[in-house]
Every structure is written in structure tokens, then in C-alpha cells.
Design a protein around this ligand. Sequence first.
Ligand SMILES: Cc1cc2nc3c(=O)[nH]c(=O)nc-3n(C[C@H](O)[C@H](O)[C@H](O)COP(=O)(O)OP(=O)(O)OC[C@H]3O[C@@H](n4cnc5c(N)ncnc54)[C@H](O)[C@@H]3O)c2cc1C
Length: 648
Amino acid sequence: MMLVSTLLLVSPLQAVAFVPLLLATTNRLPYSPGFSTQIFQSKDPKHVVVVGGGWAGFSAADALAKHVNVTLLDASPGGKGGLASGWRTSRGRPVEAGIHGFWREYKNTFSVLERLGLDADKILSPFSPSILHSKNGQVAVAPVLKNDNQTTEELTPILSSLALASLLQSALSPSNSMKPPNVLQPVAALLPAPLDLAILAKYNSGNPLTLADRASALGLLGIWADFGQEDDVSWQRYDAISAEDLFLKKAGISNVLYDEVVNPLLHVLPMCPGYDCSAAAALSCFHVFALQSQGAFDVRWCRASIAESIFKPWENRLIDSGVRIQGDCKVASICQNEDRNGLQIRIENDSNEALACDAVVMAIGGVAMGRLGPASPAFENISITSDFPKNRGVTCVAVRMFLKPHTVVTCGLAGGQYDATLLPSDVAEAMKESPVVVCGAEIGNIPELKETGFCIYDLQRLHDEFAVENQRESAVLEVDFFRADDIADIQDDEQVAKLALQAVAATFKTVPISSNNIIDVAVVRARNAVSHFATKSASYSPPVRLSKERGIYMAGDWIDRSGHASWSTEKAVVTGRQSAQAVLEDFGLLSQSRQVSVIPAAPDTPALEALRRGAQILRSLVPPPGDGVPQSPWNFLESVVENGLAPR
Ligand SMILES: Cc1cc2nc3c(=O)[nH]c(=O)nc-3n(C[C@H](O)[C@H](O)[C@H](O)COP(=O)(O)OP(=O)(O)OC[C@H]3O[C@@H](n4cnc5c(N)ncnc54)[C@H](O)[C@@H]3O)c2cc1C
């Protein structure tokens, strides 16, 4: 059966076409600019409308609910989850808009789970390794870096200088795939990120990366130290150039290292190729996902759909605290009341209803804001909003395939919640070190994958419901494609599934799984759904408090890029809470003891702190010429050797 949504999604999960609905609630009024009404009497009389029901909107509504009356509107029918939403097919199979990871530094997200009374160890897998593939084959296995039970202090005594020397020697050997990880672990535990990752990653021996290629990564250290994650000026400077120029021309990393490691990671983290990605975004993304602290690269996965295991209980909690959640409510425009006191939110449906409120938190994503901003008189003359239409989105296609089970169960597989699978044994073998495989673009010379990265998940090793011990009806393979406009254009789900199976076979160099083995498939096409952090995009990113006077606040993963060092889900949760804090502050409803707390990002490690200090001194002594982004010394030397003293 071919199912689900040819979701021509203009924004995240307007998952099904918007069905105009007359919702018989007291607070829906015929649209009339200037018409103001007071709806709620129960709490503090202020009424805040949160537009957008993803991580950002839920987070804002949650933090506001105790203090004021809150209505949460979302364009999609369910009204919850945003890009993390999901549903069940007519046959009861769970489907999601892609699989989402939870990185170790997602501290504010984990605290949402805690507040909901959810046990993270019951709903998430353990931290898992990931396998990285480039167009040339498997590059490396990134191990789980931090053992929660060991501290650095405990490890120190076991290191003799002799052991350190011999271990470093083995770490720097051209292929360290033979290193016993239990021996290297203590050394890596003493090294700052990313050197721990560089030592512990298990490189594939057939990969073209040489020792010199890996060493060329050192050219990045100065730039990483020079980039101020939470500094506006630094963001502007690095946002103006592309990630490709940064890594190749400024840092001087080798082409092979760029092709094998950097570019594949760009294709799956910010989900775009280096030439179309802001250098600031790339540095910030790598900082957050890999470099900021030991173990930052460690990631865990939900053991069921996020919609069911997190958003459902979250929705219940919001409803219990008085939040009105309304799906099928696409907001078409926002205007100020004539007396400039309060706002009218116009909802696109048959009767053009409107909702009156004192403030609004916009949590709908950059592309949707690009449409709503110009249509909304309330945004007029707020200078940054004229740039909103420049926001771009990345199209994702999530393909979940239920496959005829292989005759033999493959057991003893590493890295997931479960160790067995019903996938064909050659595919199982290719994924034996992790159920998660991260792939760059151009794999298998498949035309649709020219600029498309993807992830392959063996969901039987991650999801409770699919585990071999719970069902043997099917193997479950998910392939999520990023920057996948060409694939989203393929109308026929069966064709998309065939392409996904072709991509899997090309990645692992295994026999293609026949499409006759597909029992069921769900394809979710999320067009322009994910924030695209293209060059200069940070300059269109607004702060959380857009206008105190008009009562307009913003939340989402594209908001306040130079603020809290976080990304994606975590950034959405953080800015949701920050927007709530700003609203309540402006309403005068917060006291010192009743702030909306945000857990700060990890502080710089001592090593990074020292590097940053050095970079600042250097910048003050010798300011980098031109665009202000420094060149790594060896890139400069290489350029002198190649070109004499003419600048490169
Ligand atoms: C395939 C895929 C894989 C991903 N993997 C990860 C991952 O591993 N880890 C991670 O952290 N992040 C991941 N992300 C990104 C993550 O999903 C987003 O960063 C996050 O969902 C952003 O949350 P948000 O609340 O800001 O916006 P969204 O989730 O986009 O929610 C916005 C909401 O606004 C609604 N809306 C839009 N326009 C209107 C309107 N006019 N009126 C009313 N409502 C409107 C939409 O229906 C939507 O529900 C992934 C995304 C995709 C698509």
C-alpha cells in the first residue's frame, strides 16, 4: 500500500491541506480590524497568542501558561509537534516527518522531558555511535565519546607519560582502525574536543584520508577560536562568506578532508552544501554538535514517535494548565488595534475569523514568516521584517519502508537500543556498528542525490514497537533525504521508495533490496520546511523581542542566531522560553524570583578559552585584512609557495 501525504508542505507540517474549519469557540470573532475584545476572565487578564505548535511554540506556551491566558494556533490539523509531529496510518503504523536526534548538549530539551515527568532513559535510546559515509564509501565510525560513569579525575592516575606517548603514536598512525578503544579512551578523556573525537573515531582503512589530510584540520583551530558564537559582530563577519570558502580558502583544510568529512556533515547538519551555507552557521553548528564540550557529538534517538512520546503528554500538560490548543488555524495576517493597544490575529478560513490578544509569539519558521510578515500591517516599519521574505527553507523527504522480513534474524549488532534486525544480512552487516548511517551527497552517482545528503536508520534497533522481540512481521528501514527538492517532486511514493532502496544499496555496495519486498511505505514531503542557513541568513534573523510596543515576539530555530549557543530542537526550546520571558517582563509580571529560566550553553573548555584569548590578542595586534576573517598560517604559507607574495 502506498500511503500518506504527498504533503506539498509550504512550511513544516501543514501536513495536510488546510481544511477551513468553523471552530465554535467563544474567542473566534468575525474579522474586523479595530475590533477588540476581552475574552478570558479566569487568570491574569492578559491574553497571549502563540502561533506555531512545534518545539518553539510549545516551549513558549508552557512558560507563559502559569502567568497569562494562552491560545496556541497551528496550521496543521493536530496542532502539535511542528516538524517533529507524526501520526498513524490507516493500518496503525506510526509515521513521522523524519527521525530526530537529541544531542548531549540539548539540556533545555531534556529539562522539558523532566518537567513532563518523562524518564529520558525510557523514551530515548542510549547515546549511539554513527557511521559516516561519503561518495567514496564508509569514512569512519564516530564513537560515543563520554562515559557518564567516568570522570576525568578518575582517569588521570592511569596515565603514565610512556603510555601517553605510545597511544598518541598509535592515534596518529595512518589508519587507527585497529586501535583498542579501551586503551585510547583514557587519553581522549583528557583531551579537549575535537581532539578526543579525532583520536577515537574509527577511520575506515579503505578511505582516501591520509594522515596529512587529517592533520590539515588543525588549520581550523585559529578560526574556531576567532569565531565568537555569542558575538553579533563575529556572526556578521563570518555570515558573509560561505562555509566552502572558510574551510578551503581560509582554514586550508585539504580537499580530501573537505570531501570526506566536512561536506558530508554539512549535508546532514545544516542540510546544505558548503557553497550555499553560511560560514558562521557552519562554525556554530559544528561548535554546538561536536566541539563545545566533551561528548557533544553523542546523540540519542527517540524509541517511538516524538509526537506520541513527547508532544502528546506535553499537549495534555498545556491543556491542564489552561492553554487552548487549536489546529487547522492558519494565521493569514496580524494587525494592531486602532488604538494601538493589542493585536488582531486573522485566521484563514471561510469566515475570516479573528482573535484578539495583547501580545503574540510567532513560532512558525522563517519561510512562513516570509509570507506572513508582508501580509501583516502589525509588522510594518519594523526594519528587519522586510528581509523575512529572503528566508529560505530546505526540503526534506522522509521515507519509511516496511519490508518483508529476512529469513534469518541478525543479532549482536551494536550501538542501538536493540541488537537484532530482520533486514537482509548484508545490510545488517554494513550497519553492524550503529543503526544510524549519515551520508553526504553524490552517493552512487544517482542524479537526484547530486546535492542531497541523507540518513539511513534501522528502526528495529531504535523503536520499541518495531523491535524483533516485539514483532516479526517486517523489517523497518527509514531513509531521510535533505535538500531533496527533486525527490519531493516525484509524485509516486513507490518510485520514491525505489530511489531510497537504490541509495541504500549504493551506500553499502550491497545487493539492492527489491521493491517487491516493500509491504508498506510512508513518504512525507516537507517542502522548504527546515531553516536554510545560507550565506547572510543571520542578518535576517530577528531577536526574540521584535517589538515591545506592538507586543510581537519571536521563537524558533532561526531566531537570535548569535544568542544562546544551540541548534534545531534545542534552539527552538530555548528561544521559546526566552520569548516567554520577554513577554512577561514587558507585561511587568516577573519578579526576580519568577524568571523563565534557560540553562546556559556549555562554557568554553579551558583549552578553548586559552585559544580564544590568543585569537583576541592576535586580532587586536594584527587585524585580518579584507573581510576580517583570518587565514590559517599554513594556508598563507601554501599560498606564498604557490603564488609568491601575490595574495590568493
Ligand atoms: C527530516 C528532519 C530531520 C531533522 N532532524 C533533526 C535532529 O536530528 N535534531 C534536531 O534537533 N532537529 C532536527 N530537525 C529540525 C527540527 O525539526 C527543527 O529545528 C524544529 O522542529 C524547529 O522547531 P520550531 O518550533 O521552530 O518550528 P517547526 O517545527 O517548523 O514548527 C512550526 C509550526 O508552525 C506552523 N505554522 C507555519 N505557518 C503557520 C501559520 N501561518 N499559521 C499557523 N501555524 C503555522 C507549522 O504547521 C508548524 O507546526 C529535523 C528536521 C527534519 C525535517
